[in-house]
Design a protein. Structure first.
Length: 275
């Protein structure tokens, strides 16, 4: 029987990727953020996962606005890095686990979810900006990516995201023996356009982290406008963290938590284990 042995929620941002590539770990603007990943990376290494399920949103690299699926599951043995307009980063492609991918796909459909199945899929900074901090390359641990539409309305509800996470948890338990960690990226508070450009909401971000651990049902009751009004338009990305939380079951134990709001994005990081 497969087991989800841990879950991670973490912000993604192109600026993180650039800071990593430029070796800014000792830069005063980045030092604390870089160091906040170290306990998470140590914990993840100790868990010895066989596969990572990575929940993220595609930034119009695999999909475009004319055909943007609500949920898209990558089922392949390799996932190439997307060129987001400034050339590929000096990082390898990601190995995939097509066996687990197909199992999750079949299980989700049987559970009355209808993901788009992608047998060829590029992944962008939604995955690549954070994975090097959590698991330094080169990567031997394969991934199964799940892209969630948080860009092109209508978006899935927070409750729907939680529910598909629970369905992924059920899929894993019906798989062969394997240790799975589920990582959800995105958020936290930020707005990249309009009169509220640069909006940050540290109080709301930390309230979200509190509720994610202890009362995810309260987060599931919020609609998209609630998230956008509290955290900025792009902060709705945090509904992807509810996929991770749904997969872990009713109660979790917090292993590590960090939060920073240094620039244009609230950077959050949590590591959970099922309790």
């Amino acid at each position: 029987m497969g087991q989800i042995v841990g879950g991670i929620g973490v912000s993604h941002a192109p600026s993180l990727a650039r800071a990593y590539d430029e070796g800014k770990g000792e830069d005063p603007a980045w030092r604390d953020i870089f160091k906040s990943y170290e306990p998470a990376a140590d914990w993840l290494k100790a868990l010895q996962p066989d596969v990572l399920v990575v929940v993220y949103n595609d930034h119009v690299n695999q999909f475009f606005f004319d055909a943007y699926p609500t949920f898209a599951l990558g089922v392949a043995d390799t996932f190439a890095q997307a060129d987001e307009g400034w050339g590929k980063r000096p990082l390898p492609d990601l190995p995939g686990d097509s066996n687990l991918g197909w199992h999750i796909a079949r299980s989700l459909v049987a559970d009355e979810f209808d993901p788009t199945i992608c047998q060829e899929m590029v992944v962008d900074h939604g995955v690549y900006s954070v994975l090097p901090f959590l698991m330094p390359p080169p990567w031997d641990t394969p991934i199964v990516p799940l892209a969630v539409n948080v860009i092109q309305h209508p978006l899935p509800t927070a409750q729907r995201c939680f529910n598909i996470g629970a369905a992924i948890g059920r899929a894993v338990t019906s798989f062969e023996d394997a240790r799975i960690v589920i990582i959800a990226t995105g958020g936290m508070s930020h707005q990249l356009h309009g009169t509220d450009f640069g909006h940050l909401a540290p109080d709301w971000d930390n309230e979200f982290l509190d509720l994610l651990e202890s009362d995810p049902g309260a987060l599931c009751e919020l609609d998209h406008l609630d998230y956008m009004q509290r955290g900025g338009a792009e902060s709705v990305e945090v509904i992807m963290w509810l996929v991770m939380r749904g997969a872990l079951g009713p109660r979790v134990r917090n292993i590590h938590r960090a939060y920073f709001a240094p620039m244009l994005t609230g950077y959050g990081l949590v590591c959970f284990e099922s309790d």
